[in-house]
Design a binder for this molecule. Structure first.
Ligand SMILES: [Zn+2]
Length: 317
């Protein structure tokens, strides 16, 4: 199948996830997508932060109104002029103190209202996200893959299920991936073996090795047997080669590297050899011995390995 060439828009980044939640007051529906206007009715979405702000202000207004009402009753029913002044002054002081204190604690009051709103409307927010998810599916069905993926990526911040990850991976597998794209890998790792994910991972790692993280290597090692059956031994060999990206990974996955070391291309063996050579204080275990053996067998006369050979103390024994 020919892959679609697309352009991704930048992912929206917020300090907190809830900042992406917004409401269409007309449809009474929440959304987590980037759209500014509701696709159903065209009204402007209102961010959940704005909602929280207006709720805390409304609460302040209501409470101040009650205080004023009580003060007015006190003034109205005051038996003497003296009591009237007394109620008026006390009422005003109380009202002003209340307003000042509320402004001081406005931020915590705002978060309290926001938390309450999110808790009360949780079911409605979930329904809204499912509606968003239907919109994404429609895009994918209509071959608007970039739009579909963009929506799924936003929804993926809220729904971390394997099904949601797989939906994203399935779309990504139909797109021609490029190094200038903002791609992710770790966040899409499922909890069980998924052929589509491995296919995507192998493809994305060809264009961006930095996406190979510890979690990703662990996934490849855990499902190595299934991966060899579906993608051949070369796929695992390429992953083993990529673990040389960081010293920490080499130490952590030394057994895995050792297993495939005999099949490593020269450039990778040279990298491993130079890392081990430059860090004689690190306890490399049997990996150092094995590397030494491979170099002795295959690259003894290779000029690229000469600088290390000549210094005799190549590896710690
Ligand atoms: Zn609407």
């Amino acid at each position: 199948m020919t892959k679609q060439a697309v352009q991704f828009s930048k992912k929206r980044r917020t300090t907190y996830r809830f900042q992406k939640v917004k409401l269409c007051k007309k449809c009474n529906r929440y959304s987590v997508l980037k759209d500014e206007y509701c696709p159903a009715c065209g009204s402007l979405f209102i961010g959940v932060e704005t909602l929280g702000n207006s709720l805390s202000k409304r609460r302040l207004f209501t409470e101040v109104s009650w205080i004023i009402l009580f003060v007015s009753i006190g003034v109205f029913f005051a038996p003497t002029r003296h009591t009237l002044y007394y109620s008026l002054i006390v009422g005003l002081i109380f009202c002003l103190t209340y307003i000042v204190l509320t402004f001081v604690f406005m931020k915590s009051e705002y978060f309290h209202e926001l938390k309450k709103l999110l808790r009360v409307d949780l079911k409605k927010i979930k329904t809204g996200i499912w509606f968003d998810s239907d919109l994404a599916k429609e895009d994918v069905k209509a071959e608007r893959l970039a739009d579909g993926y963009d929506k799924l990526r936003e929804i993926g911040d809220f729904i971390k299920s394997d099904a949601m990850k797989q939906s994203q991976v399935m779309v990504l597998n139909r797109i021609a991936l490029r190094s200038d794209m903002e791609l992710e890998l770790e966040g899409l790792i499922p909890t069980s073996y998924d052929k589509h994910f491995v296919k995507y991972a192998l493809e994305v790692l060809k264009i961006n090795r930095t996406l190979m993280t510890k979690k990703c290597i662990v996934y490849f090692i855990r499902y190595r047997d299934a991966i060899v059956v579906d993608f051949g031994i070369d796929s695992l060999l390429s992953v083993a080669c990529m673990t040389l990206r960081m010293k920490l990974y080499i130490l952590e996955f030394s057994e895995f590297i050792e297993e495939y070391l005999d099949y490593f291309p020269k450039e990778r063996v040279l990298r491993l050899y130079s890392i081990i050579y430059s860090n004689p204080d690190i306890e490399w275990g049997s990996l150092a011995e094995k590397t030494k053996r491979v170099v002795a067998m295959k690259y003894y006369y290779d000029p690229d390995f000469k600088p290390f050979m000549e210094r005799k103390q190549v590896l710690t024994n």
